[in-house]
Write a protein that binds this ligand. Structure first.
Ligand code: SAM
Length: 281
């Protein structure tokens, strides 16, 4: 294992999905930083590795960073792992890595599993370009605003397969919001990858939204939506964006949001919002 900070990827379910180099790095590390020491202990035990572990998570990362930088300056070998997959990807570690880089301390990585990339390759959707967006906002108003902004970016030229992580209890509502904001397009749900009940369900966003509205999802989930269809009618699109925004915003706020997202004249968006809501000027 090289000196310095080493980002070590771990399995996303199947404990056998870890590289020989990752195991050797964990074995020779002076310290293994992990999100949850119990989760990492299970992995280490399964592979007969004994290592000194210390928790580094969202809530103590700043304090730990000072401590870890001091160890790195002494030339120690420090491994960083997360509970699953690649550290930093919707997981802690970014602030530590940024601080180590700023001090010119060595940072390297041992690649391995990542749920977003495995889901992308299994989805049947165009593999690139792709845009990984982490977890959508948990609150519906913020989520719809985020999806509307994304739709605005698509109208401005973004064309990529979109990838999110999501908790099972929010899947149905997030899919409904996605269907409403992004419309009818190919999508996929990748669930429990590398585990016993692995499943990839493919369909359009409305089809998947309808399925999960009546079939509660379990386990760990990746949502993928294909790029926007090439032929689009701007009017239908404007209506979809406005309808989505109007579910959680006042008419004035919805018009402001959709105007910003589409770049269309405010007058046109306002007139359409009045028509959709049946209100008068
Ligand atoms: N760092 C991890 C990675 O590289 O994939 C992701 C960590 S993030 C906190 C955890 C989320 O990743 C889960 O809520 C789920 O959305 C997704 N995920 C992790 N393992 C998964 C699996 N086996 N199948 C599907 N999704 C998974």
């Amino acid at each position: 294992m090289p000196r310095g900070l080493v980002l070590v990827s771990t399995p996303i379910g199947n404990l056998a999905d870890i590289s020989a180099r990752a195991l050797s790095a964990l074995r020779s590390a002076d310290l293994v930083l992990c999100e949850d020491t119990r989760t990492t202990a299970r992995l280490l035990t399964a592979h007969g590795v004994s290592a000194r572990t210390m928790a580094l998570h969202e809530h103590n990362e700043d304090g730990r960073t000072t401590q870890v930088l001091a160890l790195l300056r002494e030339g120690k070998r420090i491994a960083l792992v997360s509970d699953a997959g690649t550290p930093l990807v919707s997981d802690p570690g970014y602030r530590l890595v940024r601080a180590a880089i700023a001090e010119g301390l060595p940072v390297s990585g041992i690649p391995g599993a990542n749920a977003a990339l495995l889901a992308l390759t299994l989805s049947g959707l165009p593999p690139h370009p792709f845009l990984f967006l982490g977890f959508p906002p948990p609150r519906q108003a913020a989520r719809l605003a985020a999806f509307t902004a994304l739709r605005g970016a698509e109208r401005a030229g973004l064309s990529a397969t979109l990838i999110w992580y999501e908790a099972p209890h929010r899947l149905a509502e997030t899919l409904a919001d996605l269907a409403q904001s992004l419309g009818d397009r190919p999508a996929a749900i990748a669930r429990e990858l590398t585990k016993r009940f692995e499943e990839v369900r493919r369909g359009t966003l409305p089809e998947l939204a309808a399925h999960y509205a009546t079939n509660a999802a379990r386990g760990e989930i990746v949502i993928l939506a294909g790029p926007p269809p090439e032929q689009e009618t701007p009017e239908a699109d404007l209506d979809a964006l406005l309808s989505a925004a109007l579910t959680s915003h006042s008419l004035k706020e919805a018009v402001a949001q959709v105007t910003a997202a589409t770049g269309l004249p405010r007058r046109q968006v306002y007139a359409r919002a009045l028509a959709l809501t049946g209100r008068e000027d």
